[in-house]
Design a protein around this ligand. Structure first.
Ligand code: GLA
Length: 350
């Protein structure tokens, strides 16, 4: 079942819609056309209590007030950081917005995350809603008029599947992600440190001491607090005196997925208190683990108080700054070529 309602407007006054998709298990997904954003994801825990496992807000205005968190949003055209806020495509240098020190983060303030997308298709039978946005030539600094489509599907086995499609009329960058903050004890339950995480990655891309931009190296996770090859509490080593964690105030790193771009499991997380188990899949080469280090205390859905480390993100994407590091797989999209990618977050009690 899909229920459609109004959600408020974006900065230009355009009306956003909110869709509530419910499957036959009673699992419920809310998505809005404001930023093609996941607003809530409600699942029955082991005691039978319905738990909303992602952070978010009740109305558009709060998303616009708190743009820096990207709660549940689609991020693009380029997720994560670009050093020096410039990119060279076909020998031409394009200037981007320096919105994170000297660097570009999540494509700047004119990103796709806070604009109202058009509803393209509502498919009751499939449990899906498709949203579309035209990102104009140079609007974010990137070349090419790009049509972006994101389809959210709530599956019969309690997964939200996110399908991205894009096409541009000039060579450009395409590197989208979803920025949901998970808290498997419930969005309103505080610190996520006791929840256990496993990441299917043997290596990560270390960052420079400032700016959180990769150095270009690929380092094994073995022997570091970034080793999540076996389930480990997120909080167990988060405060370790390890330079990489000191630079970013906790986890905020890109992992080199073992799957190397083939669709498969990228990570799992478990909350023992609720029994909720998250299985995360992608076809992207990397995943940014961000443990909510910079969330300031403020009100979220239903008046819940959110704060530092109350949610963790598993942002599937190309490696950060891949546009400037030849060793990293390029997010370049050729003119007229079809970009397509998928990420899926499935909830289960097993
Ligand atoms: C990403 C970044 C973080 C932070 C969040 C948004 O996860 O890596 O450093 O900017 O987005 O708050």
């Amino acid at each position: 079942m899909i229920v459609r309602e109004r959600f408020g407007t974006d900065d230009s006054g355009k009306e956003a819609e909110l869709f509530t998709i419910t499957n036959t298990n009673g699992t419920q997904l809310k998505v809005t056309t404001l930023g093609a954003t996941i607003v809530s994801f409600v699942f029955r825990d082991k005691e039978g209590t319905m738990r909303d496992v992602v952070l978010g807000y009740d109305e558009a205005a709060s998303y616009l007030e708190q743009k820096g968190y990207y709660f549940g949003a689609t991020v693009g055209r380029n997720a994560n950081r670009i050093s020096g806020a410039r990119v060279t495509i076909g020998g031409v240098e394009y200037a981007l917005e320096a919105n994170s020190g000297a660097n570009n983060l999540h494509s700047g303030s004119n990103g796709v995350s806070h604009r109202v997308w058009d509803t393209e298709r509502v498919d009751e039978k499939a449990g899906s809603v498709a949203m579309k946005l035209l990102s104009k030539d140079l609007e974010q600094g990137f070349p090419g008029n790009m049509t972006i489509k994101v389809t959210f599907t709530l599956t019969g086995d309690d997964a939200v599947r996110i399908d991205y499609e894009a096409v541009s009329d000039k060579d450009t960058i395409a590197n989208f992600t979803n920025h949901s903050y998970f808290n498997l004890a419930g969005h309103d339950s505080g610190y996520i440190g006791e929840q256990k995480l496993k990441i299917y990655a043997n290596a990560f891309t270390p960052v420079a001491p400032t700016g959180s931009v990769p150095t270009g190296e690929i380092c094994p996770v073995e022997g570091t607090p970034l080793d999540f090859r076996e389930f480990k509490e997120i909080g167990r080593e988060i405060n370790a005196d390890y330079d990489q964690l000191v630079y970013t105030k906790g986890y905020d790193h890109n992992f080199v997925l073992d799957g190397g771009g083939r669709f498969g499991l990228m990570a799992e997380a478990i909350c023992e208190a609720t029994g909720i188990h998250l299985y995360a899949y992608t076809d992207r080469p990397g995943v940014q683990l961000y443990a909510g280090n910079f969330i300031e205390t403020h009100k979220g859905k239903g008046g819940a108080l959110y704060g530092e480390r109350h949610g963790f993100c598993l942002e599937a994407q190309c490696f950060p700054d891949a546009v400037n590091i030849p060793l990293f797989e390029t997010p370049l999209l050729k003119a007229g070529e079809a970009y397509s990618s998928a990420t899926m977050y499935r909830l289960s009690l097993d």
